[in-house]
Write a protein that binds this ligand. Structure first.
Ligand code: ADP
Length: 639
């Protein structure tokens, strides 16, 4: 490993044998009073890069970028001198002699440690002139075709590099793969020496496809002729060209400029083997990146500058190639995107909708998802509520029915009495009729009266049973219009016997008019039965002469008011507040559901129920129900 240090003359120098040798030489030269050009300055990281052609050639710009970045990776202060031979614009032995002299004098005081030559002709130049220029300075070649090296004697040991394959055949093959209908292969090249070399390469490569397509070579033509010809081509043709430096009329181009013109004029797709063609209108081709070639050359130079012997370097045989494509051309020529290999280097692919709007799309999708989730949750909630509601309705229905059964249980005694009375009357009437018949004194008129009594009593008994069955039957909830007055007479008929049993005067004052409501007649009966039974309970301790329960029905414009009034013990203010709550009871055997069921049923009919009381003086329960306007709409409520 060599170390850097500061020499006696103050320059940063590299220590080592070369430095010792030069220092010795410098001392003697100082003594002689002259300067030896090879040892004017100690060896340092100085690289001379010699490009074959001009400064602005796109390939040179890319190659230079690769060389510079590789050199800077090891030492940012590497001194890089760059020269351009400007072939083929300038050429010939005199020109070479002039450039050689120029370089010799220019770099006499600051000789390079490594020379990088870029391009076939630059390598040629170095090989021909290095003996007189920089005899012991190693040379690294970049951008030199393998076919060019093969055509020459082996390189000296200290001239190294990784050549590239100018893979015209791969590019032609690719073009024919993507355009299977092509029957005509048009090859274009120019008139310079380099162009002629390419022409040879092109012919060799095209030979492989001869059976498949007809080959037309446009070499050394004027640009106008080339453009005219490619403008005449049809979709059965493909053009493959490395571009050209000089056309048949002597005009100078860069290959990329030439390809741009060809692609603009051509009615067939144009392919070429250089990265710099991407963007000119060419579809693409198999190529080695100029920048990669530059980087390879720079890294070889780094190793040589670090002291490695050129012969000790282990270098790849050839630079790798890759398929480069211009996506716009892929689309323009209708090439199946699936036919583009996954490892192809693609340029100018406009980002798809997803890439452009990925954030917006994500946000919208997220919002949509959240909204869907919310909707689903709301729907589920609604279904749950519906099923809960229907369960509640079911339970309410069951409870109301159970409550009716319970009331019927309470009424058993009075009902039995209610039925017994007509049955007993029937029996005695039947006995009387029998006696009349046996005595022979039966007069038809008397017998007729007796039979009429029997029929009336039978009807009375069966009416009691009918009402009771109606009350106890487990019927579906109805919504029928009916006259509210009928309910009053129903409940009086059902509870009359019980009231008499308790020695209570039960009275009902019907409305003077028909009051039509819509709903379930049995449920509203049940409401009144609950209120009347409570009222009768409240009268238990009231003196007999004051025991009365009065029902009244009044109509108004929009509804009907039923009042159940008693003169019982009344309700305290504290109890009044909890009266309609489930399981509130003050009775020893009470359940506390009668009023809560009554409120549920009244509200299910769209009505209200309220209680008022002066403790000790009795209570009044007031029910309000909406009535049907004559010819008006029918109220339909849920129960
Ligand atoms: P229960 O009859 O099983 O007690 P209710 O819900 O029918 O259940 O009645 C609840 C309570 O309301 C009764 O226990 C009673 O205290 C009171 N109550 C209801 N009606 C009257 C009334 N007319 N007079 C006095 N108190 C009443």
């Amino acid at each position: 490993m060599r170390a850097n240090g500061v020499g006696p003359d103050g320059l940063r120098v590299r220590s080592g044998t070369a430095w010792i040798a030069c220092r010795g030489m410098a001392i003697c030269l100082l003594l002689l009073g002259t300067v030896h050009p090879g040892c004017a300055e100690p060896a340092r990281r100085h690289v001379l890069v010699l490009f074959e052609n001009n400064r602005l050639l796109p390939g040179n710009v890319l190659g230079d970028r690769g060389i510079t970045s590789a050199l800077a990776e090891v030492d940012r202060s590497t001194e890089i001198s760059t020269e351009f031979l400007d072939y083929p614009r300038f050429s010939g032995a005199a020109y070479v002699a002039t450039v050689t002299r120029f370089l010799k004098e220019k770099y006499a005081a600051r000789p390079p440690g490594v020379i990088i030559v870029a391009g076939d002709k630059a390598l040629d130049f170095a090989l021909n002139t290095r003996a007189g220029l920089f005899p012991h300075v190693p040379v690294v070649h970049v951008g030199v075709a393998r076919s060019f090296l093969a055509s020459r004697p082996p390189l000296p040991d200290d001239v190294v590099g990784v050549p590239f394959d100018r893979d015209f055949a791969a590019t032609i093959g690719q073009a024919l793969d993507w355009h299977p209908q092509a029957r005509h292969l048009v090859l274009v090249t120019g008139a310079s020496e380099q162009d002629r070399n390419w022409e040879e390469d092109l012919r060799r490569a095209a030979g492989r496809f001869e059976g498949r397509v007809g080959v037309e070579m446009l070499a050394g033509r004027t640009t106008a002729q080339v453009l005219k010809r490619v403008g005449e081509l049809g979709t059965d043709a493909v053009v493959v060209t490395p571009g050209f430096f000089r056309d048949g009329a002597g005009s100078i181009f860069t290959p990329a400029e030439a390809v741009r013109l060809i692609a603009q004029a051509s009615r067939a797709p144009v392919y070429g083997p250089f990265v710099t063609f991407i963007g000119t209108g060419a579809v693409g081709g198999w190529m080695t990146s100029f920048e990669a070639m530059g980087r390879e050359g720079g890294s070889i130079a780094n190793r040589l500058l670090a002291g490695q012997a050129p012969s000790a370097l282990r270098l790849p045989q050839v630079m790798p190639v890759a398929l480069h494509v211009d996506w716009r051309q892929i689309e323009r020529w209708g090439i199946d995107p699936a036919a583009v290999p996954a490892d192809a280097i693609i340029q100018f692919r406009s980002p798809g909708f997803w890439q452009t709007y990925s954030r917006e799309t994500m946000a919208v999708a997220l919002a949509f998802l959240l909204q869907s989730l919310l909707l689903t949750a709301l729907l589920l909630e609604r279904n749950r509520r519906r099923s809960a509601q229907s369960s509640v309705d079911r339970y309410r229905f069951e409870l109301a029915h159970a409550s009716r059964l319970a009331v019927a249980g309470e009424l058993t005694g009075s009902i039995a009495h209610e039925i017994n009375q007509p049955l007993a009357a029937i029996l005695s009437n039947a006995a009387a009729a029998e006696m009349m018949l046996e005595s022979g004194a039966a007069r038809p008129g008397d017998l007729k009266d007796i039979l009429a009594d029997i029929r009336r009593d039978d009807l009375r008994a069966s009416e009691v049973i009918r009402r009771l069955r109606a009350l106890l039957a487990k019927h579906e909830v109805e919504r029928q219009p009916f006259d509210l007055n009928e309910i009053l007479s129903d409940v009086i008929a059902l509870l009359g016997a019980e009231a008499r049993r308790r020695r209570i005067a039960l009275s009902a004052r019907a409305a003077a008019e028909t009051i039509t409501v819509v709903g379930d007649r049995i449920q509203l009966q049940q409401v009144l039965i609950n209120l009347i039974m409570n009222a009768m309970d409240a009268l238990a301790d009231t003196p007999e002469e004051q025991r009365n329960v009065a029902l009244s029905l009044e109509g108004s414009a929009t509804g009907a008011t039923i009042r159940v009034r008693d003169r019982g013990h009344g309700i305290t203010a504290e109890h009044l507040a909890k009266l309609f709550e489930s399981f509130f009871t003050t009775k020893r055997k009470g359940i506390g559901l009668g009023l809560s069921i009554a409120r549920t049923l009244v509200e299910a009919h769209g009505g209200t129920i309220a209680a008022e009381s002066v403790p000790g003086e009795g209570a009044v329960f007031t029910i309000w129900l909406p009535r049907v306007a004559p010819g008006g709409s029918v109220w339909v409520g849920a129960t």
